[in-house]
Design a protein around this ligand. Structure first.
Ligand code: COA
Length: 283
């Protein structure tokens, strides 16, 4: 789909790059020629991810870092700069989420998710944005939100995430305008259901619920990691240089399925349609 040197010469800092969709994006971006620097809280997944990327011929470094801590973010970015000379691209993929009845949440539970998703994205974006502005160098940012943020609907049972991701989307659009004069471009991807260990263990309570989710999906399937990774590659590449402040939904039509008043008619059997068509024909 892409030339193998699409991202050659680019140095990408990716949060949450040791696991899940962050890892899938990191692997794909490295395949396309970018140098990758992974940031995450746990050393072991980062080490394994970096090894995987290097084994495949890519260049990769990593640092442990909790994105909620601005000093830790600064230190990780400095480590990336030491390794690569400069960083020109940021992917904010670190996330925190779990299902819960909102009335049961503690203040700390809300703060944990908002801290990772919204504050963490802000800390990383600001740390790199300031550097790019000072050095008069261009920069590209990609934020990972969700389809319930893009739809503007939010979602019950994940209220901290819904609030935080809506904030990230607002940040993406706001800074896309404010920083365009510095040649800094920001976009977002809003995924629907993409199975990952982290998300599935926290968001999918039972096998039956997973089946229901799949069956309710218009395409009757979940997303494949490479589908999202390729979209990320495009939005980070110069091929999308005029796309700025955009949020691209990649969910196979999942959120629209719940939005159209008559969409549940997909469940009506053909025999019923035919019966109705017969009844309407002039006698
Ligand atoms: N339901 C209700 N409250 C929960 C919860 C759940 N399932 N999981 C955690 N919490 C609460 C904790 O009880 C704690 O609040 P308290 O101090 O008042 O008891 C608070 O959230 C913080 O939890 P803790 O485990 O100490 O925080 P953490 O910083 O280690 O973890 C989370 C952050 C909670 C977001 C954790 O789920 C995480 O690490 N997630 C990262 C990966 C992820 O979420 N992936 C999916 C992305 S889609």
């Amino acid at each position: 789909m892409f030339q193998s040197d699409l991202l050659k010469g680019r140095a990408i800092f990716i949060t949450g790059g040791g696991t899940g969709l962050g890892l899938s994006m990191a692997v794909r971006l490295a395949e396309l020629g970018a140098k990758l620097f992974l940031a995450g809280r746990r050393e072991e997944p980062l080490r394994q991810a970096a090894e995987k990327i290097r084994k495949a011929g890519g260049e990769c470094g990593y640092a442990t870092c909790d994105v909620r801590d601005p000093a830790a973010v600064e230190a990780a970015i400095t480590a990336a700069e030491t390794q690569f000379g400069r960083v020109d691209t940021l992917v904010n993929s670190a996330a925190g989420n779990f299902i819960a009845r909102t009335e049961k949440l503690s203040p700390n539970a809300f703060a944990a998710v908002v801290g990772i998703v919204l504050h963490g994205t802000f800390h990383c974006t600001l740390a790199l944005g300031r550097r790019w502005i000072a050095a008069r160098q261009p920069g590209t940012v990609l934020n990972i939100v969700t389809n319930y943020a893009a739809a503007g609907s939010g979602s019950g049972f994940v209220v901290p995430s819904a609030c935080a991701k809506a904030g990230v989307l607002a940040m993406t659009r706001s800074l896309a305008v404010e920083w365009a004069r510095y040649n800094i471009r920001l976009n977002a991807i809003a995924p629907g259901p993409f199975p990952t260990e982290g998300a599935w263990s926290r968001l999918i309570p039972t096998k039956e619920y997973e089946e229901r989710l799949r069956n309710y999906h218009p395409m009757k399937r979940f997303g494949r990691h490479e589908e999202l990774a390729n979209l990320a590659a495009y939005l980070l590449s110069e091929q999308s240089a005029y796309i700025n402040g955009e949020c691209m939904v990649i969910d196979g039509g999942q959120w629209l399925r719940g939005a159209g008043e008559f969409n549940d008619l997909v469940e009506l059997p053909d025999a019923m349609w035919e019966k109705m068509e017969q009844a309407r024909k002039p006698r």
